[in-house]
Design a binder for this molecule. Structure first.
Ligand SMILES: *Cc1c(COP(=O)(O)O)cnc(C)c1O
Length: 348
């Protein structure tokens, strides 16, 4: 049986032998006592990369987002964010449970907000309105198809937010993909946010973990809320070592994933029965529509899987494919040929 070309998500990456070796050899201690040298080293490294005073290693990107929302709001506050953002689409309603906030979903352009939108969404102080206190940005934007914020837009939103008394949390689950696409440093984006998070467990290839960073004061609060949420881990240096390895060896290669996504999008765009916009593929995510009458996303994905190519249905007619370090250029050709076969098209 051939190994499937797994394009469902960049979370499916497995640690490489070299990463596993680094993990096996990591010096560890009790991180709840603040005594794990490898966790401390990862946190310092991440804070440095983001230009923030402090960083915290957390088990998941969801926990990073939820801690950020918790420490930047009070119960009853309103949070502005794109309607398809991760906290709305994929965090199981956690902010309602943990922070008792209300969401104000805004229609972003491919998930990206504009400063004008943020300004228009904030209502004047009035006893009828939940006070808007936080704006969450997602860069790159997952459901927006890996779309990337222009740095000037983030800077302008920051200025508007400051004017309106809003904090900014930057959900940078794929921040390093945004940086690979634009050439900006992570700190260039992070400068415009109070808190910033990124995932070690996606395209960077570590098995577990995310980073949340911000000021020393905010990270002190974050440490407490990580404990409240049950995210205090003990000899977590074994996991953190995977993160250090990822930040050292897997950042530069993200450009390869972006090239592969572009190749995939170009190839799929040539197939009748699909609607693909290769010009919108900026990073490692390709979202396209199945337009062949009567087929639909779920059936298309089922038939692809029978040919050892895995993608995710993303609604009734949309499909998502994500490139990462466990798939290569040959895999893109396999995926394109499988899609062609599923659509029952002639070769060439
Ligand atoms: C993956 C992801 C997260 C975090 O997801 P976890 O599965 O909790 O690690 C957060 N935000 C975005 C945009 C993501 O894509």
């Amino acid at each position: 049986m051939p190994i499937p070309v797994d394009l469902r998500s960049d979370t499916v990456t497995r640690p490489t032998p070299a990463m596993r070796a680094a993990m096996a050899e990591a010096p560890v201690g009790d991180d709840v006592f603040g005594e794990d040298p490898t966790v401390n080293a990862l946190q310092e490294m991440a804070a440095g990369l983001l230009g923030k005073e402090a960083a915290l290693f957390v088990p998941s990107g969801t926990m990073a987002n939820q801690i950020a929302i918790r420490i930047l709001t009070d119960p009853g506050d309103e949070v502005l964010l794109d309607a398809q953002s991760h906290p709305i689409s994929s965090e199981s309603g956690a902010a309602a449970v943990i922070s008792s906030v209300t969401f104000r979903p805004l229609p972003g352009h491919r998930g990206l907000l504009s400063p004008e939108q943020v300004r228009a969404a904030v209502r004047p102080e009035n006893i009828h309105y939940a006070p808007a206190r936080l704006c969450c940005l997602e860069n790159t934007h997952n459901q927006g198809g890996g779309s990337v914020y222009a740095l000037e837009t983030v800077a302008a939103i920051r200025e508007t937010a400051a004017d309106l008394g809003l904090s900014i949390h930057l959900d940078g689950a794929r921040l390093f993909n945004a940086c690979a696409a634009t050439g900006h440093a992570p700190s260039d984006y992070a400068r415009h946010a109070d808190t910033v998070s990124f995932c070690l467990s996606k395209g960077l290839g570590a098995p577990v973990g995310s980073i949340l960073a911000g000021s020393r004061g905010l990270m002190k609060k974050a440490l407490r809320w990580r404990k409240v949420m049950g995210g205090g881990m003990r000899q977590a240096g074994i996991l953190a070592a995977g993160g250090i390895y990822a930040l050292t060896h897997h950042v530069a290669r993200l450009a390869e994933d972006h090239e592969n996504a572009a190749v995939l999008a170009q190839g799929l765009a040539g197939l009748r029965g699909l609607e693909v916009r290769p010009e919108e593929v900026e990073t490692n995510i390709v979202i396209f529509r199945v337009t062949r009458p009567g087929l639909g996303a779920a059936e298309f994905v089922r038939r692809l899987a029978a040919r050892q190519v895995l993608m995710l249905p993303f609604g009734l007619d949309a499909v998502r494919a994500v490139t990462h370090l466990d798939v290569n250029r040959a895999g893109m050709e396999t995926a394109i040929q499988a899609a062609r076969a599923v659509l029952e098209l002639e070769d060439g």
